[in-house]
Design a protein around this ligand. Structure first.
Ligand code: SF4
Ligand code: SF4
Ligand code: FES
Length: 238
């Protein structure tokens, strides 16, 4: 079985054994053909999030992806490539700092199993960056806070122990919750089953509760107040 690998400006093809995970195939290439092939890996068990790459244009974890045929492997998009499949994830990680996604004012309170269940899924994030690589908004706006940060912001906003959720919500208004197009690409690629698109939608609801609104909405033209304009409805036409 042959796989091709994007290595900076060139593409190189290698013959690998059948039935391997992509990560096992990368190690095989490194041992058999080219010791300089560079990629990231840690746990080999879908836990550490370091091995995310793109296969045929889709983000996957190399340690859990089973090779299926002749495939094209690339590094994650919108991240500076350090070498071959290894990228620099520091910029996207900084969005967590910018958005202040943590408990701001902690109040001791009893969490029920239902409370824990509400934010369990978001807590599973392994910071693999697949969602940033798939996000069309992050592609054009590197200041966009991005999927995993907004998911995490939602997780802390609904945490019963947070008694000042407004400060978390306030921090995600600019380049954040309203900039997402709700395309769902992040949800489609997440290896942990997290649904950032839904969390962002719910975070919009939380934003409205704290007095925010979609800044794009204010600039839209809905026609003149006599309903003769953008609605296409003429009350004098009857
Ligand atoms: S739903 Fe929003 S955050 Fe997710 S990929 Fe689309 S634009 Fe990006
Ligand atoms: S939300 Fe999912 S895709 Fe995004 S970093 Fe976390 S685990 Fe990876
Ligand atoms: S090596 Fe840890 S998630 Fe793949």
């Amino acid at each position: 079985m042959k796989i091709s690998i994007q290595r900076e400006t060139t593409v190189e093809s290698f013959e690998v054994s059948k039935g391997l995970t992509l990560l096992a195939a990368l190690y095989e290439i490194k041992e058999k053909y080219d010791g300089s092939l560079t990629f990231s890996a840690g746990c080999r068990a879908s836990v550490c999030g370091t091995c995310a790459v793109r296969v045929n244009g889709r983000e996957v974890l190399a340690c859990s992806y089973k090779l299926q045929g002749d495939e094209h492997i690339e590094p994650l998009q919108y991240h500076p490539v350090l070498r071959d499949l290894k990228v620099d994830k520091s910029h996207s990680l900084q969005t967590l700092n910018k958005s202040q996604t943590w408990l701001h004012r902690y109040t001791q309170t009893l969490l029920t199993p239902e409370d824990e269940h509400r934010s369990e899924r978001q807590t599973d994030c392994i910071l693999c960056d697949s969602c940033y690589s798939a996000c069309p908004v992050y592609a054009v706006n590197p200041d966009f806070l991005g999927p995993f940060t907004l998911t995490r912001a939602y997780r802390y906003t609904i945490d019963k122990r947070e008694s000042h959720a407004k400060s978390i919500v306030d921090a995600v208004q600019s380049n954040g919750v309203w900039d997402c197009t709700l395309c769902g690409e992040c949800t489609a690629v997440c290896p942990k089953g997290i649904d950032p698109k839904m969390d962002i939608t719910l975070l919009r609801g939380e934003s409205v509760k704290f007095g925010h609104s979609d800044p794009g909405f204010a600039t839209q033209n809905f026609g003149t107040p006599d309903f003769g304009g953008g609605f296409g409805f003429d009350p004098n036409g009857f």
